[in-house]
Ligand binder design. Structure first.
Ligand code: ZN
Length: 68
């Protein structure tokens, strides 16, 4: 049975005290400094933005259709 070791490169480290942080930690348990979740920066925001654009377009079309 192979046991995958956690590489220090992959593991989140506190930028201040270099203490390994637990997965999904928003702050360092050592210095209590808030850490930005780098791995979760790529949130599906464009999708929501796209939806908003479509919603705005549909609303605009409905307004135009009702006016004419
Ligand atoms: Zn720290």
């Amino acid at each position: 049975m192979k046991e995958s070791r956690i590489t220090p490169e992959k593991q989140n480290l506190c930028p201040l005290c270099r203490v390994p942080l637990p997965d999904g930690a928003s702050f360092c348990p050592h210095c209590a400094r808030s850490i930005k979740p780098w791995t979760r920066q790529k949130a599906p925001k464009p999708l929501q933005k796209k939806f908003l654009h479509i919603a705005a377009l549909v609303t605009a079309l409905a307004v135009i259709a009702s006016c004419t």
